[in-house]
Design a protein around this ligand. Structure first.
Ligand code: UDP
Ligand code: MG
Length: 319
């Protein structure tokens, strides 16, 4: 029987100090011990240092099925991953960072889960040892808070996806993307394996706190419309409360002639009326926001559905 092919996608941006060690020292020994054909795809995400020259020195280059994609400039890890997945031809595609933080020895475990039938195998961080503990916490907490329940705390970009999932992934057209967010969105059941992350081999992480915060905001905006609606809810609250309050003033003061003896001035009635109007404005803004969110969904042009190839029969790709 022909050996199955596994693709390994490695994004690399300014990794001159560690990429050679990662490829030759970590990845190759693991990959060579597998009883699979392995295709290694390194995506050089517009590195401005000597990353390319370092990759050139790698023994991986001499392997059959080694591919190097090199971007003209830095497009970001998410785009690099997408390019790698598109280029991959394997029956399974593994995404792994090129800085040595993702434990390569887990690759065989991922493949084992895939052989057992898993479509997506996601590595989950056992403990947070990384520098941006706070940043990633922030990401997961916000995502969950805004109703994206599929997000598992500590789930990483270190993943294996089946050919079916990779094909579906290639159908996504949105530009502003988060690879793991899209994979989660598909709703294909995932198998989680616990891993201990390591410290970077060398070099500095490029995801600064600012970039992480932006990533959080971006993925939030693309995954949930709750933030759009928050002010609408506040508007409803203000409108209802000020309406009731206004009614109270009207009846108490003007119809019954102030039996409670509050002796409120016209300014009170006026401010209640103004907050009533503010509430209305917020509501109308939320309604506009709803329309915008529809446009937003349309503009993303996501696939309409993802077919569960395991549970459907007689279609291409199902067994
Ligand atoms: N990376 C990339 N493009 C970028 C930033 C990062 O391809 O613009 C790669 C980087 O080389 C590494 C992986 O993505 O292989 C994770 O990056 P980093 O270590 O900076 O992030 P962290 O580990 O802190 O999440
Ligand atoms: Mg890293």
């Amino acid at each position: 029987m022909k050996k199955r092919l596994v693709s390994v996608v490695v994004p690399a941006y300014n990794e001159e100090e560690g990429i050679l060690d990662f490829l030759d020292g970590q990845l190759l020994p693991v990959v060579d011990s597998l009883s699979y054909e392995v295709e290694i795809i390194v995506v050089n995400d517009g590195s401005r240092d000597n990353t390319l020259r370092e990759i050139d020195k790698s023994k991986a280059k001499k392997r059959k099925g080694f591919k190097l994609l090199s971007f003209t400039r830095n497009f970001g890890k998410e785009i690099a991953l997408s390019a790698g997945i598109k280029e991959a031809t394997g029956d399974a595609v593994i995404l792994i960072d090129g800085d040595g933080q993702h434990p390569v020895e887990m690759i065989s475990k991922m493949i084992a889960e895939w052989e057992k039938g898993a479509e997506i195998v996601t590595a989950v961080r056992e403990e947070n040892t990384t520098r941006h503990k706070l940043g990633s916490k922030l990401y997961y907490v916000t995502m969950r808070m805004f109703g994206n329940k599929q997000v598992v705390v500590g789930a990483m970009d270190f993943r294996l996806i089946s050919r079916n999932v990779a094909n579906e992934f290639n159908d996504f057209t949105e530009r502003n993307r988060l690879a793991r967010g899209l994979i989660d969105w598909m709703g294909v059941p995932q198998t989680y394996i616990k891993v201990k992350t390591k410290n970077r081999v060398k070099g500095k992480p490029t995801y600064s706190a600012k970039r992480l915060a932006r990533l959080t905001v971006d993925s939030l905006v693309s995954a949930s419309r709750t933030p759009l609606l928050i002010f609408g809810y506040i508007g409803v609250f203000i409108t209802v409360v000020s309406f009731l309050f206004g009614l109270f003033i009207l009846i108490q003061q003007y119809i019954l002639g102030d039996p409670l003896g509050l002796d409120w001035s016209g300014a009170v009635a006026m401010s209640v009326f103004v907050s009533f109007l503010v509430g209305l404005v917020l509501i109308s803004q939320a309604i506009t926001a709803l329309y915008i969110s529809q446009i937003h969904v349309e503009a993303k042009g996501r696939p309409l559905y993802i077919i569960d190839k395991k549970k459907s029969y007689g279609i291409k790709g199902s067994d």
